[in-house]
Write a protein that binds this ligand. Structure first.
Ligand code: THG
Length: 385
C-alpha cells in the first residue's frame, strides 16, 4: 500500500488540488493571488509562509512554453530581507562568504548563506541598491531573524526589515522581447543579475535580469503590493504578441538544468561544497564572516558528499516527489535521491543525488521507492542547458 506522503506528492506532480487551505494571518497572501486564480491556478506549495502557484493544470504545456516561448510567474514568495544603514554593507559581507568588495549599486550576486558550522541556511540573490541599502532575495528559510540576530550581536548600525516587495518572473527565450516591449530597449543591455529601478504605468518596480530557470528572463520586483493585479495584467497584455501564459518555477526544467532548491535538495548538514556552490565561496574573506572558519576546514578536508545526477532505467514516467529516496550500492546506503521528475527532453526519469564522494558518474545505483528497488546510473550535473 502506498503511504499518504507518497500519495500526496504523486498528486502534486500531476498538478491536482488535493485539499483546501484554511486562511490565517500566518499564511500571507501574494499580491498576485487574485490574478493567478483568474488564470486558473490548480496547485500551490508553501514557501516563506506564503503560497506559491505550482501548476496551472498542464505541466507539459507549461514546460514547453518556458522552453520555447515565455511565461509569467508569481514568485512573490521570494521575500526580500532589507539591510539599511551605515553598516548594511558590513552586515551583508558578514552574512556571506562570497566576496562582495567589488559589488556596486545596481548589481546583484548569488550569495550562499551559512551558519557557524558552514551549513547552508539559504541561497539568496543579493541586490545592492546603494552603499547603505541591500536586499537579500531569499529562498525558504527565516533569514530576517538570522540577520537581525547577527546585526545585534555584532553591534552594527543597520535596520533589518521586510519591505513591501514582490517579484514577478518573466522567463523563457521570448522574455526579453516582452520585457523590452514593457520597459524599453534598455533592458536588453542589462547584465545577468544586474537591475534598474523604474516605473511601469506609475507602478514602482525594480527590473532585474534573473530568474529560477536557465531559459533566460527577467524579474520585476513590485514595490507596491496593492498593484499586483495591475502589474500581472500589464505583463500579460505586453506578452500577447509572444503568446505569454501563466507558469511557475518549473520542476522539470530546473532539474534538467541543475538548479538547486534550498531545503528541497539540502538537509541540516549540507555545506556549499556538497551542492556545487563552492565556486561562490571566497576563502580569503575576513575572519568575521559567519562560518568562514568551518568552510576553510571543510574545503581543506574535502566534502564527504557531493551532488550528482541520477538517470533511472526505463522510459515511462515514475513520480517520486521530493522524498529523499535512499540510494544503495551493494545493499549499503550511500546517499539520497533528493528529487525526481520525468524529463520531457530526455524521456527519462531524472533527479539529483546527494551522495558519498566515493560514488562517481557512471556508477550503477539502486533507488528505494516505497519498498521497491529501481536501478539507475549516476551522471554529472547539469543534465541539459
Ligand atoms: N529569484 C529571486 N530570488 C530568489 C530566487 C530567484 N530567491 C530564492 C531562490 N531563487 C534563490 N536561488 C537561486 C538559485 C540559483 C540561481 C538563482 C537563485 C541562479 N543560478 C545560476 C546558475 O546556477 O547557473 C547563476 C548563478 C551565478 O553564476 O551567479 O540563477 O530565482 N529574485
Amino acid at each position: 500500500m502506498r503511504s499518504d506522503t507518497y500519495y500526496l506528492s504523486d498528486l502534486f506532480i500531476q498538478g491536482i488540488v488535493v485539499f483546501g487551505i484554511t486562511p490565517s494571518a500566518r499564511l500571507r497572501p501574494s499580491p498576485y493571488y487574485e490574478a493567478t486564480v483568474a488564470e486558473g491556478v490548480t496547485a500551490f506549495t508553501t514557501y516563506n509562509h506564503m503560497l506559491m502557484p505550482t501548476s496551472f493544470g498542464d505541466p507539459e504545456g507549461e514546460y514547453w512554453r518556458l522552453m520555447n516561448g515565455v511565461s509569467q510567474w508569481d514568485v512573490a514568495v521570494e521575500r526580500q530581507v532589507e539591510l539599511r544603514g551605515p553598516d548594511a554593507g558590513r552586515l551583508a559581507q558578514i552574512l556571506t562568504a562570497r566576496d562582495l568588495s567589488r559589488c556596486v549599486p545596481g548589481q546583484g550576486k548569488y550569495v550562499p548563506l551559512c551558519n557557524h558550522d558552514g551549513v547552508l541556511i539559504n541561497d539568496p540573490i543579493l541586490l545592492k541598491l546603494a552603499d547603505d541599502h541591500y536586499w537579500l532575495s531569499i529562498a525558504d528559510s527565516n533569514i530576517w531573524f538570522w540577520a537581525q540576530a547577527i546585526a545585534a550581536e555584532r553591534r552594527l548600525q543597520v535596520t533589518v526589515a521586510e519591505p513591501d516587495v514582490s517579484p514577478l518572473a518573466v522567463q523563457g527565450p521570448k522574455a526579453e522581447a516582452v520585457v523590452a516591449a514593457l520597459c524599453g530597449d534598455w533592458v536588453r543591455d542589462l547584465k545577468y543579475f544586474w537591475f534598474k529601478e523604474t516605473t511601469l504605468d506609475g507602478i514602482p518596480v525594480v527590473v532585474a535580469r534573473s530568474g529560477w530557470s536557465k531559459q533566460g528572463g527577467f524579474e520585476l520586483y513590485l514595490r507596491d503590493g496593492s498593484q499586483g493585479t495591475r502589474l500581472w495584467n500589464l505583463v500579460k497584455e505586453a506578452g500577447k504578441p509572444w503568446d505569454i501564459g501563466p507558469g511557475n518555477p518549473n520542476f522539470c526544467e530546473r532539474v534538467e538544468t541543475g538548479l538547486l532548491s534550498y531545503g528541497g535538495d539540502t538537509d541540516d548538514q549540507t555545506n556549499p561544497y556538497e551542492v556545487r556552490l563552492g565556486k561562490y565561496i571566497d576563502l580569503h574573506v575576513a575572519d568575521d564572516v559567519v562560518g568562514i572558519g568551518a568552510l576553510r576546514r571543510i574545503h581543506a578536508e574535502g566534502a564527504k558528499r557531493h551532488q550528482l545526477g541520477v538517470i533511472l532505467d526505463g522510459d515511462s514516467p515514475t513520480q517520486l516527489g521530493f522524498l529523499w529516496h535512499e540510494i544503495r550500492v551493494a545493499e549499503r546506503k550511500v546517499g539520497s535521491m533528493t528529487n525526481c521528475v520525468w524529463s520531457w527532453r530526455l524521456n527519462k526519469n531524472i533527479g539529483f543525488a546527494l551522495i558519498d564522494t566515493a560514488c562517481q558518474p557512471g556508477d550503477r545505483v539502486t533507488v528505494i521507492k516505497s519498498g521497491q528497488a529501481l536501478s539507475g546510473t549516476l551522471t554529472t550535473l547539469p543534465f541539459l542547458g
